[in-house]
Design a protein around this ligand. Structure first.
Ligand code: HEM
Length: 264
């Protein structure tokens, strides 16, 4: 078959999406092959693809914030939170593995762990959760380290949001001023419609990643109980300690200070 433009053969779905190459990327380690290892690999690879797309949207969002284009900011943030909702529920597919089936191949993974997911750490850093100890952890992986170091040093999503608020005339020099600015936006949504939607999408991004942490730790406990992680941490105990992480603490704090106003 010849395409309209004389291409022979015309572009196909499989060629465009590199499906043959994609299907070669799931390499199981167990021998004889443990039935559930394919699911385990596919879930992790799917997460990495979604992380890639989220990073793409957040990088664009920072650019739109710098250019003062709230419609585009909110449009990209909407995509981010929609993907994250899928990411939260997707973790439970792993609970379809029988625990005993998982244990068949788990030892083969040692010492690899989700802890080493470069893109998850990029997502934390770009969202403002920067941790020098985590950056140093990647010192021996030149590719990951250079990406993480760049994100560690560059302004985060939160930095770009506060800079935009400052250009809009809000005082955001201190934590208290940031909280008061958000209280003003929450109190008068019709006066600040774009900023109201923006802070709502940002807190939803924060909430979604926290929800992912909760769902992940519960899934881990259901699969492993209190066994140590393949990455060397104590496992569930360590994961529980990450549940209080917040990207935008001022957005959460503003809710505490919000007071009722007479209806307008
Ligand atoms: C049966 C499946 C899974 C088990 C048993 C499991 C277990 C664990 C454990 C025990 C840790 C703590 C670090 C360690 O010592 O290894 C951890 C961390 C982590 N896992 Fe999983 N995990 C599973 C699936 C996933 C999936 C599908 C993802 C998706 C990317 C993921 C991403 C992560 C991330 C990002 C961390 C680091 C969290 C942090 O430090 O805040 N895990 N996992």
């Amino acid at each position: 078959m010849t395409s309209e433009y004389g291409k022979n053969p015309p572009l196909s779905y499989n060629e465009y999406l590199k499906v043959p190459e994609l299907l070669k990327l799931q390499r199981t380690l167990s021998d004889p092959v443990s039935h559930d290892e394919l699911l385990f690999i596919i879930i992790h690879q799917t997460y990495e693809l979604w992380f890639n797309q989220i990073l793409h949207e957040i990088d664009a969002t920072i650019g739109w914030l710098d250019e003062g284009r709230p419609f585009r900011v909110n449009h990209s943030l909407r995509a981010v939170v929609s993907i994250e909702k899928i990411m939260v529920s997707q973790i439970h597919i792993l609970e379809s593995m029988a625990q005993i089936g998982f244990l068949e191949f788990r030892d083969k993974l040692n010492p690899a762990s989700g802890f080493q997911s470069m893109q998850f750490r990029e997502l934390e850093f770009v969202s403002g959760q920067k941790d020098e100890k985590i950056l140093e952890f990647f010192k021996f992986d030149a590719f990951a380290y250079s990406r993480l170091k760049e994100r560690f040093e560059k302004p985060s999503l939160g930095d770009a949001f506060w800079a935009m608020l400052s250009r809009e005339g809000f005082s955001v020099g201190s934590r208290e001023e940031k909280v008061s600015s958000v209280v003003e936006i929450l109190t008068h949504p019709e006066k600040h419609p774009n900023l109201f939607v923006m802070q709502d999408l940002l807190i939803e991004h924060d909430e979604n990643i926290s929800l992912w942490r909760y769902h992940h730790v519960l899934m881990v406990e259901r699969m492993l109980g209190m066994k140590r992680g393949t990455g060397g941490s104590e496992g569930v105990g360590y994961l529980m300690s990450t549940l209080t992480k917040r990207f935008f603490p001022e957005l959460w704090e503003a809710r505490t200070h919000l007071k009722a106003e007479p209806p307008q």
